[in-house]
Design a protein around this ligand. Structure first.
Ligand code: SF4
Ligand code: FES
Length: 384
C-alpha cells in the first residue's frame, strides 16, 4: 500500500483535509435472490465473474484496518450469496473491525447464522419489504421470503446479536408502516430505519410505481413522530424523508467523499452506493491503487469536495456547508449534470418540475414493477 505524504492527503480543490472514514460499506456481490424494484445497486450489475476473490477481499480487509477503518458493513446484493462470507467475517473480526451484516435473510439458515456468529459477526440488519407476506413477497419478487425473514430475525435475537430492521417505504407499502414498527418491536430489534425510496438507478426506472402521495408522506412523518415518543428507550427510529417532497436537500452521504465510501463487488472504490450512475466520472479499483490513495487523490473523489465546484444558487447560499448542494447522483439523474444544484432544493430552477412529477406520478394507477435482475429488469406481468 502506498505511504501518503501529508501533501497527498489534501483535497486539491479545497485545501481541506478529509480523514479516512471510520466505516465502510463492502458490497460483496450484486447477486441476490430478491428483485426489489428500488434496489440501490446500479442498473448494470457487476457479473459474478468480475467479483473480487476471497483472497482479494481478505487483503482489502487488512488494508482497511491498516488505514484506520473500524467498522465494515457487509452488503450486496445479498452477501450470503457468497460462499466465503464466513471467511470474510472471520478476517474482519481478526483485523479488529466491527462487522454488520446487511441482508435480505432469505439465504440464511440456522446453521449458517451460527457459523457467522462463531466467526465473530457483531450485528445484523434485515430488510423487510412490508408487514405481511402479501405485500412483502410481491415487492421483493420472492415467494415465502417474508416468513423466512421473520424466522431468521428470531434466530438473530436468540444468538444475542443486535438487530436492525430496514424498512424501505414507498407508495405501495406506506400503509403498513405502523405494523412494520410493531413488527420491529416484536422481533426485539433495537433500531428501525424507515427509509423512503431515493430515486436513482432501479428506483428511477420504477418511479411511477413507487412515488408516494404528499398525504402519505405527511402521514408517515406523523406516525414516526408518535412512535418515537411511544417507543422511547425501546426502539430507535431513523427516518429519511423522500427528497421530492422536501424544500431542502439532504446532505447526501454527509457530503460527497467527506465521511463515507463503499467498495463495489468488482473492487471499485465509490463515494456513495449509487455513484456509478454518474457516467461522467471514472472510479478506480482496489486492484489497481491503494484505498487511501483513491480516497485522498482520485479525481472522482475530489470532483465535489468542498464548495468551489458549486454553481449558483449553491455558491452564494448560506446552507452550502450544511447540505453541500444535496445529492450528486440525484442531480445527475434529473438534470444530466452532476454539478447542478440538487432539484430537491427549493432554490433549484428545476424544483417546481420535480414537485409536479411527484404529484402526477403518485396519482397514477400504474402499480406494476420492473423487477431488478441481471438482464436489465423484468416487467411484473412477465414475472408473475
Ligand atoms: Fe443547499 Fe444549494 Fe439549496 Fe443552498 S441552494 S439550500 S446550498 S442545495
Ligand atoms: Fe450518490 Fe447521493 S446517492 S451522492
Amino acid at each position: 500500500m502506498n505511504e501518503l505524504t501529508p501533501a497527498a492527503q489534501i483535497g486539491p480543490a479545497t485545501g481541506e483535509t478529509y480523514a479516512i472514514p471510520l466505516a465502510v460499506l463492502a458490497e460483496l456481490t450484486h447477486r441476490c435472490p430478491l428483485q426489489c424494484p428500488y434496489c440501490s445497486n446500479p442498473v448494470n450489475l457487476d457479473p459474478s465473474s468480475s467479483e473480487l476473490t476471497t483472497e482479494e477481499w481478505l487483503r482489502v480487509i487488512d488494508e482497511l484496518a491498516e488505514i484506520g477503518v473500524l467498522q465494515i458493513h457487509l452488503s450486496g446484493g445479498e452477501p450470503a450469496a457468497r460462499k466465503d462470507l464466513e471467511q470474510i467475517v472471520a478476517a474482519a473480526n481478526r483485523a479488529g473491525l466491527y462487522t454488520n451484516l446487511i441482508t435480505s435473510a432469505v439465504m440464511l439458515d440456522r446453521k449458517r447464522l451460527d457459523a457467522l456468529a462463531d466467526a465473530g459477526l457483531n450485528h445484523v440488519q434485515i430488510s423487510f419489504q412490508g408487514a405481511e407476506s402479501g405485500v412483502a413477497d410481491r415487492v421483493g419478487g420472492f415467494r415465502n421470503g417474508h416468513a423466512r425473514k421473520l424466522e431468521v430475525a428470531g434466530w438473530v435475537r436468540e444468538l444475542g446479536l443486535p438487530l436492525t430492521v430496514n424498512a424501505v417505504m414507498h407508495r405501495q407499502n406506506l400503509h403498513q408502516l405502523p405494523e412494520m414498527i410493531d413488527m420491529a418491536v416484536a422481533l426485539g430489534a433495537g433500531r428501525i430505519e424507515v427509509a423512503n425510496v431515493q430515486y436513482y438507478g432501479w428506483a428511477l426506472k420504477n418511479r411511477r410505481a413507487l412515488m408516494p402521495t404528499e398525504a402519505q408522506v405527511e402521514e408517515c412523518l406523523r406516525i414516526v413522530e408518535a412512535a418515537r415518543i411511544r417507543l422511547h428507550g425501546i426502539l430507535e427510529i431513523d427516518h429519511v424523508l423522500p427528497d421530492y417532497y422536501a424544500d431542502r436537500p439532504k446532505a447526501c452521504m454527509g457530503g460527497w467523499a467527506r465521511q463515507f465510501f463503499n467498495i463495489s463487488p468488482q473492487g471499485k472504490v465509490l463515494p456513495c452506493h449509487a455513484a456509478e450512475t454518474i457516467t461522467t466520472l471514472q472510479f478506480e479499483s482496489v486492484r489497481d491503487r491503494s484505498i487511501a490513495d483513491i480516497w485522498h487523490n482520485s479525481a472522482a473523489f475530489n470532483a465535489f469536495r468542498g464548495t468551489a465546484w458549486m454553481p449558483e444558487p449553491c455558491r452564494g447560499c448560506a446552507h452550502k456547508e450544511e447540505d453541500f448542494g444535496g445529492c450528486r447522483c440525484q442531480a445527475f439523474a434529473l438534470t444530466g449534470d452532476a454539478h447542478a444544484t440538487d432539484p430537491a432544493c427549493a432554490l433549484s430552477p428545476r424544483h417546481a418540475e420535480i414537485f409536479r412529477v411527484a404529484a402526477e406520478e403518485s396519482a397514477e394507477q400504474s402499480d406494476r414493477f420492473i423487477y431488478r435482475n441481471f438482464s436489465g429488469g423484468t416487467a411484473e406481468k412477465d414475472a408473475r
